[in-house]
Design a protein around this ligand. Structure first.
Ligand code: KG4
Ligand code: ZN
Length: 340
């Protein structure tokens, strides 16, 4: 079964063709990041406009790179939630138009379920059940993946998502947007022990996260250094980046492994943009080995937003009978557990 997948939830206009949920025939990602960089974050109105301009050429390219025409695909999968509403609407309405004109089934995909499904592409033998740490710009979830379309949230952030914290700390340190990758690079040259940062916990919820206090601690640290007349030269930036990255990754890894032990789950997966982080990958790998767990991590190109992961999850939604009508609407927020 061949699925044409569309993803426009944030600042990547993406289309892909995926066969049987695991084999990527093509994957095209048009990133708007350079345009948003000058504003230090995604400008929703600009994102929507660029999606509207790019969706047709990006989809055409995905079909031609797969050496297919639209007649050859069996269904259209589209990210319908969560994300920027104007951005999502471009993809959803485009997919609806394609399905109406071509008489194809329409499959709505939850963006975060898509991130999890990136692992099915990378690891053909991976099947649920497993437990997944999903860390992106908008989400930080520990999820029990009971089946391909059956999810239970074990823990989640109460405030900032991990990626959001990376991006905000990068901004304070004078690093470009999106900050995650720049923090990762700076941290590689820094000393994580140079600063001790807090590890906020959520009372009574051992698997939830709270990154807002940690972000504020870094902001205060930078202000205090500035007040003492310390200019943030490369060494200071690298050390703070290293301390912050170590602290976030330590919190994420400890709660993820604790949840896996509690559930007696021996199969672990990572997903989302922040799962590209070198320290997170190393910490989770070491902890998984120590606990005798099997670990699945997507390759870097499948960690960030792309449409291949939407095509992969789209196939499992289709198999579960989750076909949408042309009254499908985009949703800026939607729980991962609930069908669209
Ligand atoms: O999954 P994603 O591409 O988009 C959302 O669904 O939000 O995640 C984007 C996030 C951004 O916050 C970005 O800074 C972060 O992933 N990110 C990283 C790294 N690469 C991307 N964070 C830490 N280390 C990285 N290497
Ligand atoms: Zn994402």
């Amino acid at each position: 079964m061949k699925i044409l997948a569309i993803e426009t939830s944030c600042d990547e206009t993406a289309a892909a063709v995926v066969e049987d949920g695991r084999k990527v025939l093509s994957s095209v990602v048009y990133s708007q990041v350079e345009e948003h960089k000058i504003y230090g974050g995604v400008v929703p109105e600009i994102a929507s406009r660029r999606h509207a301009e790019q969706i047709v050429p990006v989809t055409r390219l995905a079909l031609s790179e797969a050496s297919l025409s639209f007649c050859d695909v069996d269904a259209v999968a589209v990210t319908a939630a969560p994300g920027l509403i104007g951005a999502l609407l471009v993809g959803v309405n485009f997919a609806k138009g394609l399905c109406l004109s071509g008489g194809k089934p329409l499959v709505a995909v939850h963006h975060i379920r898509g991130h999890v499904a990136a692992n099915y592409i990378a690891h053909p033998a991976l099947e649920p059940p497993f437990i997944c740490l999903i860390v992106s710009g908008g989400h930080s979830h520990i999820v029990e993946v009971k089946g391909y379309t059956d999810f239970r949230v074990i823990g989640k952030t109460r405030d900032d998502a991990a990626g959001e914290a990376f991006d905000k700390v990068a901004r304070v340190l004078g690093l470009p947007y999106p900050g995650g990758i720049y923090i990762d690079k700076a941290a590689a040259k820094g000393d994580a022990a140079a600063h001790k940062l807090p590890k906020p916990a959520v009372a009574g919820s051992p698997y939830d996260f709270s990154f807002s206090g940690l972000k504020t601690a870094v902001i205060n640290l930078v202000h205090n250094l500035n007040q003492k007349g310390v200019c943030l030269a490369e060494k200071e930036v690298n050390d703070i980046a290293a301390a912050f990255q170590h602290t976030v990754c330590d919190i994420l890894t400890a709660r993820f492994i604790k949840a896996a032990k509690e559930l007696g789950c021996k199969r672990l997966a990572l997903a989302g943009g922040v799962s590209a982080n070198s320290t997170l990958r190393a910490y989770v790998k070491a902890a998984a080995e120590e606990s005798g767990c099997e670990l699945f991590i997507p390759p870097i190109e499948l960690c960030g937003d792309n449409a291949a992961m939407i095509g992969a999850q789209g196939m499992f939604e289709f198999m579960a009978g989750n076909i949408s009508g042309l009254d499908l609407n985009a949703q800026p927020a939607w729980p991962i557990e609930t069908g669209l």
